[in-house]
Design a protein around this ligand. Structure first.
Ligand SMILES: Nc1ncnc2c1ncn2[C@@H]1O[C@H](COP(=O)(O)OP(=O)(O)OP(=O)(O)O)[C@@H](O)[C@H]1O
Ligand SMILES: C[C@H](N)[C@H](N)CCCCCC(=O)O
Ligand SMILES: [Mg+2]
Length: 235
């Protein structure tokens, strides 16, 4: 019998909230699915949920749940859900449900217990997302020693945000395995010069470049990903 190998796990962060982390997680999962890997997704914390007969549901988490190719219950993809679309630590305070790092870890362990090749973990907000007055989601990523993928939402101001985020991840002792240029604007002025500066500042490959597309969450984005998850090499 083949031994059960542990999956590769990537934590996907972004230069801010709303920069396309979910879109990029979908693209990465679609690429890995085409590469015949068994994929899972984890969105440990989601703020901005709808009440349904089955419980709270977050749109990002539902998209990730349907994009990965192993079937798992919603709760396994998104264990911590808050109704208001606000900073999660504030939602946690309002609802008197503190965000425990151990609970986030348990959720990841549960996914790791399934036979998969790849787990894509989507953060919430940007790198230093507070979980409480004293803890951030990046603390949890550091305890798990996860490899990080940085999504840059290509718009004016992204250079500063990308460089600060990249430096923080390295200072936290973690590896940035790659970054993604996500075109959140149809025509960013001097797009190519911005990409050049990011390539100069970030010592990791640009593993995907996603164009601006309508109905992007419904599209197959796998061809915009230049990373082979089976070999961990650029295509
Ligand atoms: N390349 C793109 N082309 C067109 N629209 C995009 C693109 N990338 C993202 N969007 C749109 O921008 C919005 C934000 O994207 P997304 O939800 O993926 O961001 P996020 O970083 O995951 O946000 P959050 O912090 O809430 O998780 C969505 O409406 C999404 O459809
Ligand atoms: C509600 C939103 N879409 C995200 N899920 C949460 C973003 C929190 C950002 C917190 C902050 O850095 O100010
Ligand atoms: Mg998202």
């Amino acid at each position: 019998m083949q031994p059960f190998l542990t999956p590769d796990i990537y934590f996907v962060t972004g230069t801010d909230t709303d920069v396309g982390k979910t879109v990029c997680c979908q693209a990465l999962l679609q690429a890995a699915n085409k590469q015949k890997l068994r994929t899972l997704a984890y969105k440990p914390i989601a703020a901005g949920c709808e009440q349904t007969p089955y419980g709270l549901r977050n749109h990002d988490a539902q998209l990730l749940q349907k994009t990965c190719n192993l079937e798992v219950a919603y709760k396994w993809v998104n264990p911590i859900a808050f109704t208001p679309a606000i900073a999660p630590h504030i939602a946690a305070q309002l609802e008197n449900k503190p965000i425990e790092q151990s609970y986030i870890s348990q959720g990841l362990e549960r996914l790791k217990s399934l036979e998969s090749d790849l787990i894509i973990v989507e953060g919430a907000g940007g790198w230093r997302l507070p979980l409480s007055a004293d803890e951030t989601l990046s603390d949890w990523v550091a305890t798990q020693k996860l490899s990080v993928i940085l999504v840059v939402g290509m718009k004016l101001g992204c250079l500063n945000h990308a460089i600060l985020t990249y430096e923080s991840i390295l200072n936290d002792g973690l590896k940035v395995v790659g970054w993604i240029a996500n075109q959140v604007e149809k025509n960013m002025p001097f797009y190519t010069l911005n990409i050049e500066m990011l390539k100069h500042k970030i010592n990791a490959p640009m593993i995907a470049e996603i164009p601006y597309l309508h109905n992007i969450n419904e599209q197959d984005l796998s061809s915009y990903v230049y990373f082979n998850f089976a070999t961990n090499e650029m295509i």
